[in-house]
Design a protein around this ligand. Structure first.
Ligand SMILES: NC(=O)c1ccc[n+]([C@@H]2O[C@H](COP(=O)([O-])OP(=O)(O)OC[C@H]3O[C@@H](n4cnc5c(N)ncnc54)[C@H](O)[C@@H]3O)[C@@H](O)[C@H]2O)c1
Length: 265
């Protein structure tokens, strides 16, 4: 099925590692013109090369910290220059350091708020300027099932991801009449299998710091599908929601891709 992404201008934040990497490669296979916004330029180079091999129309890397609005404006200017006005924005950047709320500090809260929420505001605001002018655009933000269920050791992160869900619904309501669709994908635990799938900044660069092997096995066993998801599972949902061809009447939705961990009616 043609998802309609050939030569479309797609901006993917954090597109070099794990889920972001799978999203970049998914759009590459559809022939999209991709801009990877990253702070890890080395890993981005590796993924850009993989994306070119996979069939991307064009791939560029832009050094951009999404928490900085000036860098974000430069990102979209660079995407526009190389590939034209942005058709698809994937707000994929996210970060957490797992610990109980009583162990966290106000400094850590600020970092989690900036990376998981303010980065989404910066990119969405800047992308909307171009999308509204063209009366066309699709935004998909990567949230987390921690936003829907509540999850131990993810208090501030889960709160910010819940903010992303709510924010995206409002943006969908405000801008649908101008041809802009906005949706959210909530992954469950999605762990890289190969070291080459993640960069040095990845939350998964030291897997053991996140979950022990026993914890991972327990999580997998607890899911209705009895297995953890792969980054490609999340990427497939992103491509579906981003596509005007197959999801042209879908907006303001929050879709879990988590093996049945959460089931929201
Ligand atoms: N992997 C999971 O189990 C899981 C579960 C639920 C939700 N998520 C969400 O999915 C998304 C991707 O997760 P992942 O596991 O692939 O992450 P990851 O840590 O492997 O990769 C994140 C990428 O974002 C980049 N990045 C970090 N901060 C940045 C910034 N300020 N500006 C630009 N780039 C920045 C990093 O360099 C890295 O390449 C995140 O939003 C995360 O919260 C992941």
């Amino acid at each position: 099925m043609d998802l309609g992404f050939s030569r479309k201008s797609v901006v993917i934040t954090g597109g070099a590692s794990n889920i972001g990497r799978a999203i970049s490669l998914g759009f590459a296979r559809e022939g999209a013109n991709i801009t990877i916004a990253e702070i890890d330029l080395k890993q981005a180079e590796t993924v850009a090369e993989e994306a070119r091999t996979a069939g991307a129309g064009s791939v560029q890397i832009v050094s951009c910290d999404v928490t900085d609005i000036v860098q974000v404006e430069a990102l979209f200017a660079a995407a526009n220059t190389a590939h034209g006005a942005v058709d698809v924005l994937v707000n994929n950047v996210g970060w957490d350091d797992l610990m109980f709320f009583t162990q966290t500090t106000p400094e850590l809260w600020q970092k989690i708020i900036q990376v998981n929420f303010v980065g989404v505001l910066n990119c969405t605001r800047t992308a909307l300027t171009e999308m509204l002018a063209n009366k066309n655009g699709s935004i998909v933000s990567i949230s987390s099932d921690a936003s829907r269920q509540g999850e131990s050791r993810e208090a501030v992160y889960g709160g910010m991801k819940a903010a992303v869900n709510s924010f995206m619904k409002t943006i969908a309501k405000e801008n649908g009449r101008f041809g802009v669709r906005c949706n959210v994908v909530c992954p469950g635990v999605t762990i890289p299998e190969e070291t080459g799938e993640v960069g040095v900044n990845s939350m998964w660069a030291d897997k053991d710091a996140m979950f022990t092997e026993d914890q991972i096995a327990t999580i997998a066993k607890s899911l209705p599908l009895r297995k953890l998801g792969r980054p490609e599972d999340v990427a497939n949902a992103v491509l579906f929601l981003a596509s005007n061809e197959v999801a042209g009447h879908v907006t303001g939705q929050v879709l879990s891709v988590s093996g049945g961990y959460s089931m929201i009616g």
